[in-house]
Ligand binder design. Sequence first.
Ligand SMILES: Nc1ncnc2c1ncn2[C@@H]1O[C@H](COP(=O)(O)OP(=O)(O)OP(=O)(O)O)[C@@H](O)[C@H]1O
Ligand SMILES: [Mg+2]
Length: 229
Amino acid sequence: MSLFTMDNVRKTFAHGEVKEEILKGINISLSQGKITALTGASGSGKSTLLTIAAGLQTASDGQISFEQQELTSMRSEELRQIRAKDFGFIFQFAHLVPFLTVQEQLDLMLDTAESPLSKQTQKKEIKQVLELVGMWKRKDAYPASLSGGEKQRVAVARAIIHSPKVLFADEPTASLDSKRSQEVMKLIQNLSKERHITVLMVTHDMDMLDFVDEVIEMRDGKIVDKKNT
Ligand SMILES: Nc1ncnc2c1ncn2[C@@H]1O[C@H](COP(=O)(O)OP(=O)(O)OP(=O)(O)O)[C@@H](O)[C@H]1O
Ligand SMILES: [Mg+2]
């Protein structure tokens, strides 16, 4: 059964008088625990689609549902709660907070998500997740002293520390060399399997498709192909 669906989603941007339709009727259905990759040429609308799916910007038309709830008709506070508790995000660059240590980044995320866990349980969870991404030994390091791959592993940890149900990732490996890209992708794949996290990720890198269950190809704001790998 689908955990997350987009039904005839459209997005129009106005450039002065001229309106341009960037998403032209998108239908997507994500099954629980599966990884779906979104590919397509630059400008085809992948990031727009991802940010609308994640509730970071609104659709001009269409329906988006998550666990039978209609996100498009939700009040902004309700949507904010879902975004904070049930969704996780990874971007192309790690965007870590420069003045927080690795473990403080995760602590902040748990606060933002209004985690119901006790402080003690939160500490244990942080340790477990940092061990999972191989960064526990660097828990007291500041971002400036980490390599690109290490920063991105912390970004992955931060994106899943609050146990989201859906993880949205926009070119999570684009800033990494091919060895580090493989490592980060393997990590996302393991997390998705172990924690049953549903993943929608944009990628340009065809090597990353080995790690995904489904590939959706976009062209000019439309889906032109969907295939299982
Ligand atoms: N806020 C906005 N206002 C106006 N136009 C926008 C806005 N956001 C995106 N666009 C336009 O929508 C189109 C799709 O952009 P989008 O960022 O979704 O593409 P993309 O497939 O992610 O490309 P890339 O692979 O280069 O990241 C582009 O032509 C872009 O200029
Ligand atoms: Mg993009």
